[in-house]
Design a binder for this molecule. Structure first.
Ligand code: NAD
Ligand code: UGA
Length: 453
């Protein structure tokens, strides 16, 4: 099939590479010329395990191409996916300017029947607005091309994106009930058939329900995490261990083990913004989503939880202190710094006068950019932040080590060498990587989440 993907970010590039890998002819279109130049020259603008190989082999086979030319990308394609960003607007609602710009571009170029697929995470009712934007351009051109807008939200996780896309738990497709909608349904069935073996994973529904499903899923997952974080904080007070509690409740299949890890708050490009957008949708409808208000508030507080522990240990004034930080990306397996808890922690430590030395196995470049943006206008604070290339270097003469992301490289470090470098053997662990009793034996003062150790 001939397919175009608009937007070469985490979702667009993974979708494009995977669809090409099963034999489709895929064209990737982006307005970012630098990104397209990197892709054309054989590079990958993001860190996503396994993606580079798939892109390279499909590019070499002539099934995957990149362009900034909308005409080349959008004429005579059977399906065009919109996979551009939908960041939070000022009021928390999803900013649809990129989606609608992509829709207008589609309307300026399609000639015959085209299936337009909303893959971006968009509020209920967006497919209708996409349809109107396309129709408006077609009318201006005087072209009578048929098209159908399908909602096909994406559920992949960064760091596991290829696996999630090619072995999905479900493929949600919202189609209209009319004749173009029936054609679109067949197209989607054919496109996704390679990922639909053994068990039928395709869930067909109406467009509005598909749009809603995406927000419901992310809101449910964010709720689990905030609830576990609140339980963790209480567990600490009552002398229970949240890790034992997690195993205890996860063993109930009605609860399940996934997404029950307490930590230093959820980040990333999706949970925070999607929770905000769903709350905004509810508000527009005159309904308060009280649970999500709490989820969001609890998460903001949780991003400060290690700061509170550090202040309780060292006092409010940290001006003669130095902290080493392990982990900057919002989670392992990615270089994505969007809404990463590390940004909140580092800003809070610098604000209290501390020096911070930080390391991440893959997100150093993104971190440099994000932290410089956060500290714009505060050159004195920025000067107290150093990013180092060796994870052990963060510990040199530090008052404590702080762990923000559970990268594998941090799971079994050389504790003797760590102790020898630190000014005092103190670890604040936002991801519960170690056993408190083992830390005790090693003579390390250990502060973690939801455990009295
Ligand atoms: P991203 O910011 O990584 O990439 C978006 C890309 O779209 C950028 O390269 C940008 O230059 C391009 N773009 C913007 N406007 C354009 C236009 N008019 N024409 C062509 N290209 C344009 O975004 P992402 O993280 O891939 O997310 C995309 C969408 O998918 C969002 O709605 C997000 O909520 C959703 N989503 C993301 C993930 C994830 O893990 N990142 C998972 C599921 C769903
Ligand atoms: C999340 C969803 O898991 C995907 O299904 C969805 O497609 C995607 O958002 C999206 O809509 O963009 P992602 O943001 O890549 O994926 O990462 P997650 O693995 O979900 O982690 C999100 C945040 O929650 C991270 O900061 C992580 O550290 C935190 N988390 C996750 C916890 O604190 N505890 C957990 O048990 C799980």
């Amino acid at each position: 099939m001939n397919v175009t993907i608009i937007g070469c970010g985490y979702v667009g590039l993974v979708t494009a590479a995977c669809l090409a890998d099963v034999g489709n002819d895929v064209c990737c279109y982006d307005v970012d010329q630098d990104k397209i130049a990197i892709l054309e020259s054989g590079g990958i603008p993001i860190h996503e395990p396994g993606l580079h190989e798939i892109v390279a082999r499909n590019k070499a086979a002539g099934r995957l191409s990149f362009t900034t030319d909308p005409r080349r990308a959008m004429t005579q394609r059977e399906a065009i996916f919109i996979a551009v960003g939908t960041p939070s607007g000022e009021d928390g609602s999803a900013d649809l300017q990129y989606v609608l710009a992509a829709a207008s571009e589609i309307g300026r170029h399609i000639e015959g029947f085209t299936v337009v697929v909303d893959k971006s995470t968009v509020p209920v009712g967006t497919a209708r607005r996409v349809r109107e934007a396309i129709a408006e351009q077609l009318a201006q051109r005087g072209v009578d091309a048929m098209f159908s807008v399908v909602s096909n939200p994406e559920f992949l996780k960064e760091g596991a994106a290829i696996e999630d896309f090619t072995r999905p738990e479900r493929i949600v497709i919202g189609c209209d009930e009319d004749v173009p909608g029936e054609h679109a349904r067949d197209t989607m069935k054919r496109l996704y058939s390679p990922y639909n073996r053994n068990r039928d994973r395709m869930l067909f529904m109406d467009v509005r329900s598909a749009e809603f499903t995406k927000y419901a899923a992310n809101a449910m997952l964010a709720t689990r995490i905030s609830f576990m974080n609140e339980l963790a904080n209480l567990a600490e007070r009552v002398g229970a261990d949240i890790e034992a509690v997690r195993r205890g409740i996860g063993s109930d299949p009605r609860i399940g083990y996934h997404f029950l890890y307490a930590g230093c708050g959820y980040g990333g490009s999706c949970f925070p913004k999607d929770v905000r957008a769903l709350m905004q949708t509810a508000q527009e409808q005159g309904q308060a989503l009280r649970i999500l208000d709490a989820v969001s508030e609890v998460n903001a507080a949780q991003k400060q939880v290690l700061v509170s522990k550090i202040v309780a240990r060292f006092g409010q004034d940290l001006s003669d202190r130095s902290f080493g930080v392990w982990g900057l990306a919002f989670k392992p397996g990615t270089d994505d710094m969007r809404e990463a808890p590390s940004r909140v922690l580092i800003a809070a430590l610098l604000e209290r006068g501390a020096r911070v030395v930080a390391f991440d196995p893959v997100a150093m470049k993104e971190a440099q950019r994000a932290l410089a943006a956060d500290l714009r206008g505060e050159p004195e604070a920025l000067a107290r932040l150093t990013l180092v290339e060796d994870q052990m270097d963060v510990a040199a003469n530090a008052d404590a080590l702080v762990i923000m992301t559970e990268w594998k490289a941090f799971k079994s470090p050389d504790f003797d060498s760590l102790k020898a470098r630190l000014k005092q053997p103190i670890v604040f662990d936002g991801r519960n990587l170690y056993e408190p009793s083992a830390m005790d034996e090693l003579g390390i003062e250990y502060h973690s989440i939801g455990r009295s150790g």
